[in-house]
Design a protein around this ligand. Structure first.
Ligand code: AMP
Length: 396
């Protein structure tokens, strides 16, 4: 089916936070004509999530998806209990047990999803809001065109992205629940990040207040710690690759690309070298030379950009490279001494001397703004009137 045909099937859908008091708990508005408002309880979003997660988990160990569904025999057994003879019951039991022991192999396919509004467009495809029909589970469906992937010679990266991301489970890592394909497209079933791109939030706000930057960095540190423990280095941490969940929590996305991508990906794609660590721009640097410490440098650049509104080495491409290689940057005076200290401990030329993630999590700047179990944004909004809500940060 051509993309055009797919698009022509779109109905207008919008999703809001089920905890948002503003819309009375209506989570889903579907189609202009019917204008049906469905409440969150009707949608049973949580059970939908559990189901899809179950599918995703099962999908990890199999090439095709296995879903164990209640068999007709089992359903019939339940509905006729009490009226059957013991012989009948034993026969049905034997039969239904057999059925239970043979999981039904079920593949994901496009028909299982109701497609909603476009969420964005990437280099190799588009992303749409979607809802799995049987469970009501809301997700993002990323549609990659096979011919574009072939032409761009990124088959390996896509495979890698799928392999890596489907094995990751962390609140600050965008989850990939599953995937399927048809003759012309690959579909990735992704967690829906309700507040979109972090990059857009940053551009809109110009720079983040310290409490928000600290909470974001704490979340990034927790996610990176998890990734590094799993021997995954992201290598492309920057605001463009971070999404924001419905509760304001950060979600690292775009895996696989960075792991196998050439070290100047941002250069080729976006025309900037800003987030590259010195060991990646060194002449003669080889792909296997880097360690997960590259992500610590990028975390330092991210901290700086959150607080200042621009990256620390922003300049002409030649000058940016030169300044990164020398670690030449100045932190403006409006940045607090604690935040400055963390930036300086992350932006260290020698990868081995960068502050480890465990210490980032315990850094005084982080501790000051992230009290476990409390929403620092609420503390802050009491004193400054700032209404922006943010997720409380678990430093664990
Ligand atoms: P990508 O191809 O991954 O770069 O995605 C293109 C754009 O689609 C992003 O910049 C986001 O605006 C949007 N997008 C991608 N994935 C999601 C998601 N899981 N939830 C919400 N928006 C998304």
């Amino acid at each position: 089916m051509a993309t055009r045909t797919l698009e022509s099937r779109f109905e207008r859908m919008s999703v809001t936070d089920e905890n948002d008091p503003g819309d009375g708990g209506k989570t889903f508005l579907k189609s202009k004509q019917t204008s049906t408002a469905v409440t969150s309880s009707q949608l049973a979003q949580n059970s939908g999530r559990a189901n899809l997660l179950k599918i995703a988990l099962q999908n990890q160990n199999t090439t095709s998806t296995i879903i164990t569904v209640p068999s007709q025999a089992a359903q019939w057994r339940a509905s006729t209990a009490g009226s059957r003879t013991s012989e009948e019951a034993a026969r049905i039991d034997r039969k239904s047990n057999q059925i239970y022991q043979q999981p039904v192999v079920k593949q994901f396919h496009l028909g299982m999803f109701e497609i909603g509004r476009p969420l964005g467009k990437g280099k190799f495809g588009r992303v749409y809001l979607a809802r799995e029909r049987s469970s009501g589970f809301v997700c993002a469906l990323k549609v990659l065109m096979k011919n574009e992937i072939q032409q761009g010679k990124v088959e390996k990266q896509v495979r890698r992205e799928i392999e890596i991301q489907s094995n990751l489970r962390h609140p600050n890592v965008l989850q990939l629940y599953g995937h399927f394909h048809d003759s012309s497209r690959i579909f990735l079933i992704l967690e829906f990040a309700g507040k979109g791109e972090l990059y857009k939030h940053l551009r809109k706000e110009n720079r983040f207040p310290e409490w928000k930057a600290a909470q974001y960095i704490a979340q990034m540190a927790a996610a990176l710690k998890y990734l590094h423990k799993k021997h995954v280095m992201h290598r492309d941490i920057k605001p463009e690759n971070i999404l924001v969940g419905i509760h304001g929590e950060l979600k690292i996305s775009d895996f696989g690309w960075s792991v196998h991508a050439p070290n100047n990906r941002r250069n080729t794609m976006c025309g900037t070298l800003d987030y590259l660590p010195p060991e990646m721009i060194k002449p003669g640097a080889q792909d296997n030379y880097y360690t997960e410490k590259v992500d610590l440098w990028s975390l330092g650049v991210l901290t700086y950009e959150f607080l200042v509104g621009e990256a620390p080495f922003e300049d002409t491409p030649v000058m940016t490279q030169r300044r990164i290689a020398r670690g030449e940057m100045t932190v403006p005076n409006f940045v607090s001494p604690e935040a400055k200290d963390l930036i300086r401990r992350l932006l260290v030329l020698d990868p081995e001397k960068r502050i480890p993630l465990e210490q980032v999590q315990k850094h005084p700047w982080i501790i000051k703004h992230c009290v476990k179990g409390e929403r620092a944004s609420m503390r802050d909004s009491k004193s400054t009137g700032n209404k922006f809500s943010s997720a409380s940060t678990d430093l664990g």
